[in-house]
Design a protein around this ligand. Sequence first.
Ligand SMILES: Cc1cc2nc3c(=O)[nH]c(=O)nc-3n(C[C@H](O)[C@H](O)[C@H](O)COP(=O)(O)OP(=O)(O)OC[C@H]3O[C@@H](n4cnc5c(N)ncnc54)[C@H](O)[C@@H]3O)c2cc1C
Length: 131
Amino acid sequence: MSGGYKPLWGKTPRLKSSYDTVIIDGGLHGLATAYYLTRNHGIKTVAVIEKRHIGYGGAGRNTGIVRANQRTKENLPLYDEGLKLWPKLTAELDFSLMFNNCEDLNLANSTAGINVLRFEGAACKKSDRGT
Ligand SMILES: Cc1cc2nc3c(=O)[nH]c(=O)nc-3n(C[C@H](O)[C@H](O)[C@H](O)COP(=O)(O)OP(=O)(O)OC[C@H]3O[C@@H](n4cnc5c(N)ncnc54)[C@H](O)[C@@H]3O)c2cc1C
């Protein structure tokens, strides 16, 4: 054990001969699918198959920003849900997901960058108006 976190699984999990569900993706989508299948849909056994290690992909190397200001208004409710989900999951799993709801300051140093920020800002404003 390092950093005060307890391991969530044993070091050498043995494969069973069959599972209710097999998921290929030890990233965010695969782990979330496994979790909600067992929590909400009565699935008893799930194998998550990962070719490298859990969190190897984008899940373990992203910027780590949970935000609700991105791109299109259709996406905004999804991102907004994410902001609510991370603290809820931390409590539900009794495991620190290192979520910290603080501000996020975006800077642009080019016309293209400024245009992206304007685009995102406009998407947020549209969403506030419910359009
Ligand atoms: C540089 C970067 C920055 C990002 N920043 C943010 C951010 O700030 N905020 C945000 O919300 N999102 C961010 N993202 C996006 C976010 O990380 C992804 O949306 C998310 O990780 C996607 O989850 P996933 O499960 O689909 O894929 P991944 O997390 O990539 O997981 C896929 C897993 O499947 C495994 N795999 C693939 N093929 C096989 C196979 N054949 N057999 C077994 N295993 C296999 C891979 O090894 C990998 O571990 C960022 C992404 C990147 C790359």
